[in-house]
Design a protein around this ligand. Structure first.
Ligand code: HEM
Length: 421
């Protein structure tokens, strides 16, 4: 029997309220109840919603919560993540699969992929004509997709195929939070992406794909589970897409960062001149624009926290967006101020990509995300002058985006000398 003391409504379904309110949904209710947890129903299922950094600490205690293939709500699972991937594993199978991701995304690989990306970014930037507007997000997504495919060993595609892959991956990200007509199309694109990636895996295993033995594609194709079995091609494909898709998603953080560079132009000079400023700017962008709104798990064994009872098997959601704006931890949480991070890279409490240990479910792509963000902000602030036609970001939309497409116009190509802070 659930604890009647948890605020909220056990029987009332809030799915439509959540879709209508978007990102502030959990934070707003926690503030209204004066509690870091409340109960409701989402998609018909009883759910406890948690917000705040203390709640995040609880959520990332592996003894308390379990991930299963169904812990993530179906729309997100079917479109964004696919079936059989690392997100739905627990215990030893998770540890083994996660180790593969941590190796594929280690320091050396982060450096290699960042270098590939920097080369593509500088070529593409040099080709941009002065004075002509182009749409910012698809431009960045195409650069990221090309770079990650080249680094991963799957870049055997024509420009047209690369363009199609980029648009498909981008639509998995965009279609996953929306219960509307876009959903079937996004689901179909997920299936098409998986089929294509499964072919790369099978060709690689047969030696018919030119991926190098040390490439991520080759390592994924040859990865064996804890019973010594190769992954089913479809599962290996899901895991390959778990690398390609989120790299394309980094484009969203870049777009939000560019919007803030337009609003606070003094940061352009600061980033161009000072080592460390791009890091602070990237961290604040991740904190403020946490576009992956929440993560889900089930209670492993019943327990009590702060006098509230969490029953075994109950679904629990942790609010990433709201926890990044926890007023108990962040001063003026609703203002965008990179200054709050200082200039010296350090461990922070930003949980836009999950929290806890990397060996548990925290995003293994976090260092890569930061590296790509820093590289982009530094490169553009040092080598380009541009103007962005800034539109307000819609925090009700899942996943968040500006209300209209954001055009970018190059206005010049200056060079700043960098100095050490
Ligand atoms: C665009 C920026 C990114 C965001 C907002 C993001 C967000 C997240 C979040 C919220 C989680 C779930 C954490 C949890 O379940 O507790 C996650 C997990 C994961 N992310 Fe990311 N991520 C990003 C970039 C990346 C990148 C660049 C990669 C790989 C190249 C990546 C690969 C993964 C994988 C494989 C997992 C599953 C980890 C596990 O379940 O153990 N992500 N990410």
């Amino acid at each position: 029997m659930a604890d009647p003391g948890i605020p909220g409504h056990r029987w009332a379904d809030s799915t439509w309220a959540f879709l209508r309110e978007g990102y502030p949904f959990i934070r707003k209710r926690c503030a209204a109840y004066g509690s870091p947890v409340f109960q409701t129903r989402l998609l018909g299922r009883r759910t406890l919603c948690l917000s705040g950094l203390e709640a995040a600490e609880l959520f990332y205690d592996a003894r308390r919560f379990v991930r299963t293939p169904t812990s993530t709500p179906a729309p997100l699972r079917n479109i964004l993540l696919g079936a059989g991937g690392v997100q739905g594993l627990d215990g030893a199978p998770h540890a083994r699969r996660k180790q593969l991701f941590l190796e594929l995304l280690d320091k050396e690989n982060v450096q290699r992929l960042t270098q590939v990306y920097e080369a593509r970014l500088s070529e593409a930037t040099a080709r941009l004509p002065v004075g002509e507007a182009f749409e910012c997000l698809p431009w960045i997504e195409a650069l990221l997709c090309r770079s990650v495919c080249e680094w991963a060993g799957v870049a055997t595609m024509s420009d047209q195929q690369m363009h199609r892959l980029t648009r498909r991956l981008a639509s998995l990200i965009d279609g996953s939070g929306r219960l509307d007509w876009r959903m079937p199309a996004a689901w179909w694109r997920r299936k098409a992406c998986e089929a294509e990636a499964a072919r790369w895996i099978e060709n690689c295993r047969r030696g018919a794909h030119p991926a190098l033995p040390e490439s991520p594609l080759h390592k994924l194709a040859q990865h064996r589970d804890e019973q010594g079995q190769l992954l089913a091609p479809r599962v290996a494909a899901v895991e390959l897409l778990n690398i390609l898709r989120p790299v394309v998603a980094v484009g969203r953080f870049l777009l939000f960062g560019l919007i803030e560079l337009e609003r606070q132009p003094r940061w352009r000079t600061s980033i161009a001149r000072n080592e460390g400023a791009a890091w602070a700017f990237a961290e604040e962008t991740r904190r403020f624009y946490a576009f992956f709104p929440m993560v889900a798990a089930f209670v492993r064994e019943s327990f009590e926290w702060r006098g509230y009872r969490f029953d075994k098997g109950t679904r629990v959601l942790l609010d990433l967006f709201g926890s990044n704006r926890d007023a108990a931890h962040w001063k003026a949480p609703d203002s965008f101020s990179p200054e709050r991070f200082g200039q010296c890279p350090m461990k922070t409490s930003v949980i836009s990509q999950g929290g806890g240990e990397y060996t548990y479910h925290r995003c293994p792509g976090e260092p890569l995300t930061l590296s790509l963000m820093q590289a982009t902000f530094e490169y553009l602030c040092r080598h380009l002058q541009w103007r962005l036609d800034v539109k307000a970001v819609d925090f009700q939309r899942l996943p968040m985006l500006p209300r209209e497409a954001v055009p970018m116009t190059v206005t010049g190509h200056p060079v700043h000398e960098k100095t050490s802070a």
